[in-house]
Design a protein around this ligand. Structure first.
Ligand SMILES: [Zn+2]
Length: 377
């Protein structure tokens, strides 16, 4: 955030309507219809890939194995060791089936980790590579990479690149760095729990809001969390001033915000030496334009249930010192992972809503024309 304007820092600003279509000449489309890109010179050519075949074979094998090893209904399990082994196999294969059916949403790649480690959405597969949306929203060809067939979770480390560092602590810590560290930790925690997770940004480069939002939608994610550290300077508070902006049109987003709030505030509260800051309406809220639409692009644009999470205040020196520590990154990443896991696996209602929320018009985010591309291979 920018403390002077009280505004969200650039990356989560929506483009004003007058600019939303200007991106076309740079290859950036109106992300409201991310799959409507036309005019590519490449004819779609969907080739079966060995890894897809292997996944299908494994899934089929798992189903058959589960069917063969399941006990008939009503049968009492004997207590011999051989049956214990069989039970273990059933448990394992059931887990495999669940992962396969919930995360492999396509037989062709929906995304790609390029050879330089950049996650991108795949428009189509051609005989000579992949046609992808670049971080700045341009359609471009990438010849190789690690295909992604879907993700349950997409995490969005806010900001990136030289033109959009986000807020900055008095200790010199740029928000874009803190966001990325926390996102990496949360991703590692989620992946360790078997929840496939993709980041919208994996290093210090620029990428636009439409591109970030599209990646989550394109991968069929169930959760999108945009991770930030706040910029304004509200008054002191005995408790963390975490803010979460949810989609006004989505009950799932509202619950996701509540579950995140509960876990994040609880986790941060263990840092008892910090002098926290908090806005009077801090909590889980909507932030709407005067026209009644969600003001932040990372909230308004995705079809995926999404929230924008402001962990705390980078503008508060006491918190900025905390955000620079390894301990904080571990605690924050774990809290986000715990919350997402709880959201996905339970009906936990969450807490922390503050209604009716704010009315506010955010400034535009980084445009496609301002965005400097990072090498994809
Ligand atoms: Zn930010």
């Amino acid at each position: 955030m920018d403390g002077n304007t009280g505004d969200e820092d650039g990356a989560h600003h929506p483009l004003p309507e007058s600019k939303r279509h200007e991106g076309s000449h740079t290859g950036q489309r109106d992300e409201g219809d991310p799959d409507a890109v036309q005019g590519s010179e490449h004819t779609p050519s969907i080739r079966p890939r060995r890894d897809i075949v292997n996944r299908r074979f494994l899934a089929l094998s798992a189903v058959l194995l589960a069917a063969c090893t399941s006990l008939p209904v009503g049968q009492t399990a004997p207590s011999s060791s051989s049956v214990i082994t069989t039970t273990t196999v059933v448990t394992t294969t059931t887990s495999t089936i669940a992962d396969t059916t919930t995360t492999v949403l396509s037989s062709t790649p929906l995304g790609l980790i390029t050879p330089t480690g950049i996650p991108v959405a795949v428009r189509l597969v051609s005989p000579d590579g992949y046609i992808v949306w670049s971080p700045c929203g341009n359609l471009t060809r990438v010849t190789d990479g690690e295909p992604i067939y879907g993700a349950r979770v997409v995490l969005d480390p806010g900001h990136g690149g030289n033109r959009d560092i986000g807020s900055q602590g008095r200790n010199g810590l740029p928000e874009k760095v803190a966001n990325l560290r926390v996102a990496f930790e949360a991703q590692a925690q989620l992946e360790a729990r078997g929840i496939p997770t993709v980041l919208t940004r994996t290093a210090d480069y620029a990428t636009t809001i439409p591109v970030r939002a599209r990646l989550a939608d394109h991968l069929g994610a169930e959760v999108l969390v945009s991770i930030h550290h706040n910029g304004p300077t509200p008054g002191p508070s005995p408790t963390p001033g975490t803010e979460i902006f949810y989609q006004s049109f989505s009950a799932e987003s509202r619950r996701l915000g509540g579950v995140l709030y509960e876990h994040v505030v609880d986790a941060l509260s263990q840092f008892s030496d910090v002098q926290w800051a908090k806005a009077p309406d801090g909590g889980v809220i909507t932030v709407l334009n005067e026209d009644g639409r969600d003001t932040y692009g990372m909230v308004r644009r995705p079809r995926t249930p999404a929230v924008l999470l402001e962990m705390g205040y980078m503008s508060n020196p006491s918190e900025a010192e905390l955000f620079a520590t390894v301990e904080y990154v571990e605690v924050a990443g774990r809290a986000i992972a715990d919350a997402i896991e709880a959201y996905l696996s339970t009906d936990a209602p969450g807490t922390g809503w503050y209604e009716p929320g704010r009315t506010f018009r955010a400034a535009p985010g980084l445009s496609g024309a301002e965005c400097v591309e990072t090498p994809l291979e």
